[in-house]
Write a protein that binds this ligand. Structure first.
Ligand code: TXA
Ligand code: MG
Length: 333
């Protein structure tokens, strides 16, 4: 299969690239597209044949369910249903945006493969203008995991997508760099309190201002009621190189000792003035938002340089860094 890279000129449903991508989706093809978090790999969610292509292209285990994306908040709310107060509160506040809500699976309209045979479905309305344009043009629910091979680093630009999936998908809709850089926050709204399944761009405190939340790992009465935490397999979001997360004060010594063993070492630092003289240093920024927006691109670049190991300082204990700490932990597992 030849993968077409189509650059979006204006993020409207009648942009040539968007029209073509929507046509391919309707015809059950695979289209990667930017969202405000990371690039997604889309297929129509109502057709088994289309959804199976996603699993094949990514090498994704069939038991790992997919998020269904809508362009329109009202259509997504039809899925949520009128009874689910928790989901409605969160949706009203955060959609369109980087929040995924797990709700009971509706009787019709979603292929079994999307939900991996389960009784729930994950739904989100992305805010990115290109995602919005595409989803509105196609006017169908679109299943979309992150646009990368299974367990590898998510994609924050079209180059990342093509590096991982060229020849395996029909179109990569190029809308430039994504803004947030970390995947959406996922909340299972079928339980009271609701269950935080994945940390993401939305701070936990912002969710807790509206609804009561517990962690997926929390010891609640009936653990069987809880969906398997996303990315159940631990190593995820991972570069090819070994990633080491160490205390700030141990960073320099860790790097030297790896280099003494003859290893090629990349370093990720926050502040611009650190790491002067280190050959393979990536500066991610001192605040959590900037750091998140640059993290995956830095991991991709260091992998491209062929380093054996990547050393990064532990993020600060502040809650603003929770999602980043989670991703670094998984990537280094
Ligand atoms: O920001 C994002 O969420 C991106 C963009 C493209 O929307 N998507 C994304 O998809 O990160 P993916 O497949 O890489 O991660 C979605 C996670 C998976 O770990 C999956 O297990 C979980 O969501 N998930 C999907 N459906 C679920 C469900 N019904 N119940 C519990 N977890 C679910
Ligand atoms: Mg993913």
């Amino acid at each position: 299969m030849r993968t077409l890279r189509l650059v979006v000129r204006a993020p409207d449903p009648d942009d040539d690239a968007v029209v073509e991508a929507a046509r391919v989706l309707r015809d059950e093809g695979l289209v990667a597209f930017p969202t405000e978090t990371v690039y997604g790999l889309g297929a129509r969610a109502d057709r088994s044949l289309a959804v199976r292509k996603i699993f094949a292209a990514k090498g994704r285990p069939a038991k790992n369910p997919l998020i269904v994306h809508f362009g329109d908040v009202d259509r997504a709310l039809d899925f949520v249903g009128a009874q689910n107060k928790t989901a409605r509160l969160l949706a009203e506040r955060f959609w369109p945006g980087p929040l995924t809500l797990v709700v009971p699976r509706p009787a019709q309209g979603i292929a079994d493969e999307v939900v991996a045979g389960g009784a729930s479905v994950a739904v989100r309305v992305p805010a990115h203008p290109v995602a919005q344009a595409l989803l509105r043009a196609v006017a169908l629910p679109i299943a979309a995991p992150s646009a990368n091979r299974s367990t590898q680093i998510s994609s924050t630009n079209a180059e990342h997508v093509l590096k991982s999936l060229a020849g395996r998908i029909d179109i990569c809709l190029d809308g430039g760099q994504t803004g947030l850089g970390l995947e959406s926050t996922i909340v299972d709204t079928r339980h009271a309190p609701a269950v935080l399944l994945r940390l993401g761009a939305i701070p936990r405190a912002a969710l807790e201002a509206l609804v009561e939340l517990v962690d997926a790992s929390a010891n609640i009465a009936d653990p069987a009621q809880i969906a398997v935490a996303p990315g159940g397999q631990l190593r995820h979001y991972a570069p090819r190189a070994t990633l080491l997360v160490v205390p700030e004060e141990a960073l320099r010594d860790t790097v030297s000792s790896l280099q003494r063993r003859g290893l090629q070492v990349g370093v990720m630092r926050s502040a611009e003035d650190d790491g002067a003289g280190e050959p393979l240093v990536e500066h991610l920024g001192a605040d959590a938002a900037t750091y998140a927006s640059r993290l995956y691109a830095a991991l991709h670049r260091l992998d491209d340089r062929g380093v054996d190991a990547i050393v990064v300082a532990e993020p600060p204990p502040d809650p603003a860094w929770d999602a980043l700490r989670d991703r670094l932990r998984r990537a280094s597992a």
